[in-house]
Design a protein around this ligand. Structure first.
Ligand code: F6P
Length: 372
């Protein structure tokens, strides 16, 4: 893939971190917008692994993206170029001969790899990790635009990310479904949702889906108070209750439920729903069941909102390149898509503000957060 000065302008796309519904819509819009300008477009396989681990890709770690490749993908979950949350180039886990693992910085190899493929500009689509990598590449002179992605809605600098609406819509539908069966059997139903250290999915789905208690990382809980809420409902003749728990929820004075810790990766959370369900059954004496939605929230077809946002982000990223921008992330600031410095997305995690009207709405409606 040698690149001469007469060759067309060439861009590459990368999707990194956990997948979110809408990634393929970004890819489609970016590819069509690039082709429309007479540019060439490539996809790096599995984050940046296509460049950093070429041996693993006998059929090519960097693949051409054409009009044919992106046909019909707007509505598809996942990502056609693959993704990973392993192998962060700045903290690449590497094994020593004695089997121990250390982290090394492979950013320069990535810069050289991009140059070897003749890539003139990069669109890095992902969460805080991908924006951090993009910022490091920009500092080393790579022309790079970030596109924010996360179902968790925890990225700062953008009002919303695609994937979140799809996750919330599905979680809400699931709450409607479990409410029917909980009511029929007079049970407590605990529903655990994703959202690592931010409770956005639990909060929004919990309110929309008429949950009676919502436990989020931002508000450490006391289960005695949740049990009290369930008892009050029983005294009023309502013998079922729905409790939504974010995977990152934790008891007052207690810790997150971590199931796995690995170098170069974020902690894997899990198990809090189980603990909550067990404790509530003990405290209330009412039969309790648990549903863990987990990756169901990441799959599926993006909602119309997420499709449109993703398509707008993809096209905006290409426009930003055409305008000569670099080191920025496209961001939603209704009614427009604007550009913000990449660092804005990584400087702080966007958690649920405790005085937000959404939290107040829940409190006004009598939804229990386990804190009062
Ligand atoms: O950040 C997105 C997310 O879906 C989180 O909500 C969740 O904690 C995490 O990814 C799960 O990651 P994995 O699929 O690698 O277990």
């Amino acid at each position: 893939m040698a690149h001469s000065h007469s060759a067309p302008f060439r861009i590459a796309l990368s999707t990194g971190g956990g997948d979110a519904p809408g990634l393929n819509a970004v890819i489609r819009a970016a590819v069509l917008s690039a082709l429309h300008r007479g540019w060439e477009c490539y996809g790096i396989r599995d984050g940046f692994a296509g460049i950093l681990s070429p041996k693993e890709y006998p059929q090519g770690g960097v693949i051409p993206l054409t009009r044919e490749t992106v046909r019909g993908i707007t509505s598809l979950g996942g990502t056609i170029i693959g993704t990973t949350n392993r192998g962060h180039p700045m903290r690449y886990p590497t094994q020593r001969p004695d089997g121990t693992v250390y982290e090394r910085d492979r950013t320069d190899e990535l810069v050289n790899g991009l140059a070897a493929y003749g890539i003139d500009a990069l669109i890095s689509i992902g969460g805080d990790g991908s924006m951090e990598i993009a910022a490091a590449l920009a500092r080393k002179g790579v022309r790079v635009i970030g596109v924010p992605k996360t179902i968790d809605n925890d990225l700062d600098g953008t009002v919303s990310t695609f994937g979140f609406d799809t996750a919330v819509s599905f979680a809400t539908e699931c709450l409607d479904r479990v409410t029917a069966t909980a009511q029929a059997h007079q049970r407590v139903l605990v529903v655990e949702v994703m959202g690592r250290y931010a409770g956005w999915i639990a909060l929004h789905a919990g309110i929309a889906g008429s949950a009676h208690a919502i436990l989020i990382p931002e508000i450490p809980y006391n289960l005695e108070l949740v049990a009290e809420k369930i008892r009050q409902r029983e005294e009023a003749g309502r013998y079922f209750s729905i409790v939504v728990v974010a995977e990152g929820a934790r008891p007052k004075g207690g810790d997150f439920s971590v199931v796995a810790r690995e170098p170069g990766r974020a902690d894997r959370l899990g198990g809090v729903g189980e603990k909550v369900a067990h404790a509530l059954e003990e405290l209330t004496g009412r039969e309790t069941r648990l549903v863990v939605l987990g990756h169901l929230l990441r799959g599926g077809s993006p909602t119309t909102f997420d499709r449109l946002l993703a398509l707008r982000f993809g096209a905006a990223a290409v426009r930003a390149i055409a305008e000569g921008q670099s080191g920025i992330m496209v961001a939603l600031d209704p009614p427009t898509v604007k550009y913000v410095p990449l660092e804005v997305a990584t400087s702080r995690m966007k958690t649920v503000p405790l005085d937000s009207d959404t939290v107040l709405t829940a409190r006004d409606m009598g939804i229990c957060f386990g804190d009062e």
